[in-house]
Write a protein that binds this ligand. Structure first.
Ligand SMILES: Nc1ncnc2c1ncn2[C@@H]1O[C@H](COP(=O)(O)OP(=O)(O)O)[C@@H](O)[C@H]1O
Ligand SMILES: [Mg+2]
Length: 303
């Protein structure tokens, strides 16, 4: 999270930096010491966090092996939202702190986590289709059809992106190609999609078993499981610090053992789709050649 946002949250809340358990993209996370944590957001959107609470409450799990967040309380005070959750077990890992064998285990566990996700039942999302209904990235459509959601989200991004993405991609050609890809998409397995599944949003035990999956939100939906597979692959080089670890190549070897060629062939589409609709959010990096904006452009251009 950027420094000024962090300072703002600390100032308004009166909470101390030294009590921080973790820092998210949008929230500061405090350990309450009684097996709960409180996540503090600069936001007024009480309704959305209540929706998030309902979403988590409705989930039915295949077993108890992996935990997801459970929201106990949501409160609004002075422009901040305080979300209290059960403290999840496990700790965050970083690829560059692992040896080769550990990396292999963690990549396998990442896929196990995705498989677990796809087995969770969510009546809430089956009806609602998308979790974040604030028209940020995915759009709700009247027919609640996953392909329609992809189509209208893409259309909105196209209209928003038209003027500036043109410097870096042939936007009309890309848009047409992605739209026609949606028409021909064959979806064989629909399930809960996390949408932001990467190493920072999962926790591990000291034996390197994946124990918790967190941070569902803006891209969470009910739809093609392969979208999550594709994004979990793409995110492996989003932070671009570790090209020599060959994370994507190694993860692809694992994917090939678990998915058919026709399933894997949809991955490029989902990566390009995600990049197309999220490039807008990363515009402020545009000046930095290594920023997420160029990660998006690169993904779109290699599709
Ligand atoms: N319920 C929880 N229990 C334990 N740690 C948590 C919990 N929620 C968040 N965290 C820690 O805080 C970090 C940021 O939380 P996250 O949900 O990813 O927030 P953000 O949306 O701000 O990225 C996580 O990566 C994790 O380390
Ligand atoms: Mg996060």
């Amino acid at each position: 999270m950027d420094k000024s946002l962090k300072q703002k949250i600390l100032n308004i809340s009166g909470l101390e930096e030294k009590e921080l358990l973790a820092e998210g993209m949008e929230s500061l996370v405090f350990d309450n010491g009684n097996n709960t944590v409180t996540k503090v957001y600069l936001s007024n959107d009480l309704e959305y966090f209540r929706r998030l609470q309902n979403f988590y409450n409705d989930l039915v799990f295949p077993d108890n092996k992996i935990k997801l967040p459970q929201i106990i309380n949501v409160e609004q005070k002075e422009g901040l939202i305080f979300v209290t959750e059960v403290k999840l077990i496990g700790k965050q890992l970083k690829f560059n702190e692992l040896n080769n064998k550990e990396i292999e285990e963690v990549l396998n566990e990442l896929l196990n986590g995705l498989t677990y996700l796809s087995e969770i039942k969510t009546d809430f999302l089956k009806v609602e289709l998308i979790l974040d209904n604030r028209d940020r990235a995915l759009l709700k459509t009247p027919s609640n059809d996953f392909k329609k959601t992809l189509e209208s989200s893409l259309e909105k991004a196209y209209k928003m992106n038209k003027n500036y993405l043109n410097d870096d991609i042939e936007i009309d050609t890309v848009y047409e190609k992605l739209t026609s890809n949606i028409e021909s998409l064959e979806i064989t397995k629909t399930s809960l999609i996390h949408g932001d599944y990467f190493i920072e949003n999962v926790l591990f035990s000291s034996e390197l078993k994946l124990t918790s999956i967190l941070d569902f939100g803006v891209m969470t939906a009910f739809g093609d499981h392969i979208m999550d597979v594709a994004l979990s692959y793409a995110f492996l080089d989003m932070f671009n610090e570790l090209p020599k670890l060959k994370l994507k190549e190694r993860y692809m070897e694992i994917l090939k053992k678990n998915y058919s060629n026709s399933e894997l062939s949809k991955m490029n589409f989902y990566i390009a789709f995600y990049s197309f609709i999220s490039a807008t959010y990363y515009m402020k990096d545009k000046s930095k050649k290594d920023g997420h904006y160029y990660w998006c452009i690169n993904n779109i251009n290699t599709e």
